[in-house]
Ligand binder design. Structure first.
Ligand SMILES: C[S@@+](CC[C@H](N)C(=O)[O-])C[C@H]1O[C@@H](n2cnc3c(N)ncnc32)[C@H](O)[C@@H]1O
Length: 368
């Protein structure tokens, strides 16, 4: 109920206009929203404890599942109560066994892009910042990136690692024309806002003739990227702590990637201009960013749109505003993105959906 009249239908006109059934239906929907939020926390726990893997191994009692995952049975049984009533697991009261259907296991286990369980971690993580974000509502400004680290680094790594491992080479790169062939023949490529560097590590392994550099402002993320590259024995990829609004003056690239790393920038226009200037003529800028319209009315009906705007409020917009930045927000959208790419001097060659990824879209831009 959003108006005083709805809350207190005092006048005759208000009473006539007030649809009690609609209010009841809306209240039920709110309970559904709160239930989904709490189920999301249960998915987070299932992912981080290994319970989904344990359940995917076959039907089991709560005791057996607890044993498989090395956990405390009483907690596991309560968790199973939430999952079963939420329709994620099934329960047979005769044998007291729980089953994770294969179709559900496919979405909650495994290392590929179809495992969406890691995305649940963003909810619990961002919720820990709700006091600071609320203060920003009252006082302006924002919550700086540093406050979200190091946990944000982990969560982000978990969210996109499956996509990079499962889809980057065969699903994402072919969306950018002859890019796979150019990478195979040997180019200089960069990833701006590379986080823990997984995308470049996958690329460096697949394209040994090319050299790669990843830039991120977060030292914890760069440390992890360097360690993983060293473990993999890669010599064609390096990682640097760098504010990508100020790329090194001598940086020259044939290809620049940005994975979910434009919309939360403090100075996205400056970043795009810098990428343009660092590319050789004919060079490619490949930006995977959030799939949305810049116009709210076009996002109504998109079931993921509330998630996008909420993550923006709780993280992507606030980290930018914390630096006095543009605060583009996660739903900056395709219309504005195209305009900003064009303003920075790019030709937008194509815009494509990303396989197995309903949240992102790929922009392939070219420096003329
Ligand atoms: C949403 S995360 C995406 C990380 C990674 N590309 C991925 O897809 O998993 C955005 C990243 O951009 C980095 N970042 C934000 N502003 C930056 C800046 N001005 N310079 C360099 N990195 C920045 C953050 O530290 C963070 O790692």
């Amino acid at each position: 109920m959003t108006t005083d009249a709805a809350a207190h239908p005092d006048t005759t006109a208000d009473k006539a206009a007030f649809d009690a059934a609609a209010a009841e239906e809306f209240a039920e929907r709110l309970f559904g929203d709160y239930t989904s939020a709490m189920v999301t926390l249960m998915i987070d726990i299932g992912h981080r404890t290994g319970l989904f893997d344990a359940a995917a191994a076959g039907p089991a009692t709560s005791a057996k599942l607890a044993e498989r995952a090395g956990l405390t049975e009483r907690y596991v049984r309560e968790w199973l109560g939430a999952l079963t009533t939420a329709g994620i697991t099934r329960y047979d009261p005769l044998t007291r066994t729980y089953t994770l259907p294969a179709e559900h296991a496919a979405c909650l286990t495994g290392g590929g892009a179809t495992n969406v369980a890691p995305l649940s971690l963003i909810v619990g993580h961002l919720a820990t910042h709700i006091d600071d974000v609320t203060t920003a509502f009252r006082e302006g400004g924002g919550v700086p990136y540093e406050k979200f680290r190091p946990r944000f680094t982990d969560v982000m790594d978990g969210i996109n690692r499956g996509l990079f491992d499962g889809q980057l080479i065969d699903g994402v790169l072919p969306l950018a024309g002859d890019l796979p062939a150019r990478l195979a023949s040997g180019v200089r490529a960069a990833d701006i806002g590379c986080g823990t560097g997984r995308a470049l590590i996958v690329l460096a392994e697949a394209f040994p003739a090319s050299t790669f550099v990843g830039y991120d402002i977060a030292a914890d993320a760069i440390d992890r990227a360097r360690a993983e590259a060293a473990d993999a024995g890669l010599t064609n990829v390096t990682f640097e702590v760098c504010d990508v609004a100020h790329l090194p003056a001598d940086a020259r690239f044939d290809v620049v990637f940005a994975f979910d790393a434009i919309h939360d920038q403090a100075d996205p226009e400056g970043v795009l201009r810098g990428v343009h200037d660092a590319l050789v003529p004919g060079g490619s800028f490949v930006a995977v960013d959030i799939k949305a319209s810049s116009h709210l009315e076009n996002n109504v009906g998109n079931p993921i749109a509330p998630l996008i705007y909420a993550v923006s409020t709780m993280h992507c917009m606030t980290v930018s505003l914390a630096c006095g930045g543009a605060g583009l927000g996660t739903a900056w959208g395709e219309e504005l993105a195209r305009q900003m790419f064009a303003d920075a001097g790019f030709e937008v060659v194509s815009v494509s959906d990303v396989p197995d990824d309903p949240i992102d879209i790929l922009y392939h831009c070219r420096r003329p």
